[in-house]
Design a protein around this ligand. Structure first.
Ligand SMILES: [Cu+2]
Length: 323
């Protein structure tokens, strides 16, 4: 199978899942509904017959909101101090031990603090009994959301989420304001495009260093970039992969990496781009507003559950863009 087609199809499939959830969000959440959004024909290619009927039939939520879905449950288990361990209980109640490889790994664990001020993407090791273990994935005290992103063999791709509290002094950090440029570790990453509720939007991230475009990005987990979006307020999870793949003969290794993403509602989202260069994986972060047309420029608060920040540069590290 053509890898590029497969990756593209995967990303579009995720977009379709978020689209399916959109109708649910309209009913359940304090979100701004987009007027009668319509799927384009790429969605039709996946057999989508319209988001209303699909949402009603599947009842699917965005990824990461559920600790148990379609018979699979994320179960944290007791672990030595600092380590995070969990297993996935399958439909028969026993631990799942067979997983498909997706993007080079059988298990992707993404952790983010509930205030979106910390993010890591790690790969746990599996014990023979099915328990997954990873050393110290959490970046400090607070309430963290742990997302297990995996495909059980014989099943569909799933993202389950669970809260994990790391004891210590808690500092709630406001979400940085929206920005289209950020820096991390001497790299500047710019964002073109903005997510649209209920519609597939193109997001292009361009990497430079010292003013020069980076044209030798390295493949990381089978792609030149991985983009995770988390919705402020409930951390609804979206993970998309770029158009094109390393070695497909048409995808240059930077400086631009293009994604197609569909978010389930208006609101504020934090985007995390993982990219690899010089043998090191770095994460560039952005705050973006979906449905920016209805939100005042510079305000990250288009919805009642998105409080305005009281200050900038609160995350205590370089790499966060601010206006
Ligand atoms: Cu991963």
């Amino acid at each position: 199978m053509n890898t590029a087609m497969k990756l593209s199809g995967f990303a579009l499939g995720l977009a379709a899942v978020f689209g399916a959830a959109y109708g649910v969000g309209q009913v359940a959440g304090p979100v701004t509904p987009a007027a009668e959004s319509r799927h384009d024909d790429t969605m039709a290619g996946h057999g989508d017959t319209g988001h209303g009927t699909e949402a009603g039939a599947s009842g699917r939520l965005p990824g990461g909101l559920l600790v148990s879905d379609r018979g699979y449950t994320l179960v944290p288990v007791t672990a030595p101090s600092g380590e995070f361990a969990f297993r996935i209980a399958g439909p028969d109640g026993g631990p799942v031990t067979a997983y498909d490889v997706a993007h080079d790994r059988r298990m992707h664990l993404i952790v983010a603090r509930r205030d979106l001020s910390g993010f890591r993407h790690v790969h746990p090791e599996q014990d023979p009994d099915g328990t997954w273990r990873v050393a110290a994935p959490f970046g400090g005290p607070g309430v963290w959301r742990a997302f297990a992103d995996f495909t059980p063999t014989g099943g569909e791709p799933l993202t389950l989420g669970v809260d994990v509290t790391v004891p210590g002094a808690l500092t709630d950090r406001p979400l940085p304001p929206p920005a289209t440029s950020t820096t991390v570790d001497g790299y500047t990453v710019t964002l073109a495009g903005s997510p649209q509720p209920g519609r597939t939007a193109q997001l292009t991230l361009t990497v430079s260093r010292d003013g020069a475009p980076v044209t030798d990005l390295e493949p990381y987990l089978g792609a030149y970039g991985h983009l995770v979006a988390l919705r402020q307020g409930d951390l609804a999870y979206l993970h998309v992969h770029p158009d094109g793949a390393p070695g497909d003969g048409r995808t240059p290794p930077g400086p631009a990496v293009t994604f197609r993403a569909e978010v389930p509602s208006a609101g504020a989202y934090r985007l995390y781009l993982d990219f690899k260069h010089g043998g090191v994986v770095r994460t560039a972060e952005f705050t973006v507003l979906a449905d920016a047309a209805t939100a005042p420029t510079g305000s990250p608060a288009p919805t009642p559950n998105a409080p305005a920040p009281t200050g900038a540069a609160e995350h205590g590290e370089p790499g966060h863009g601010h206006d």
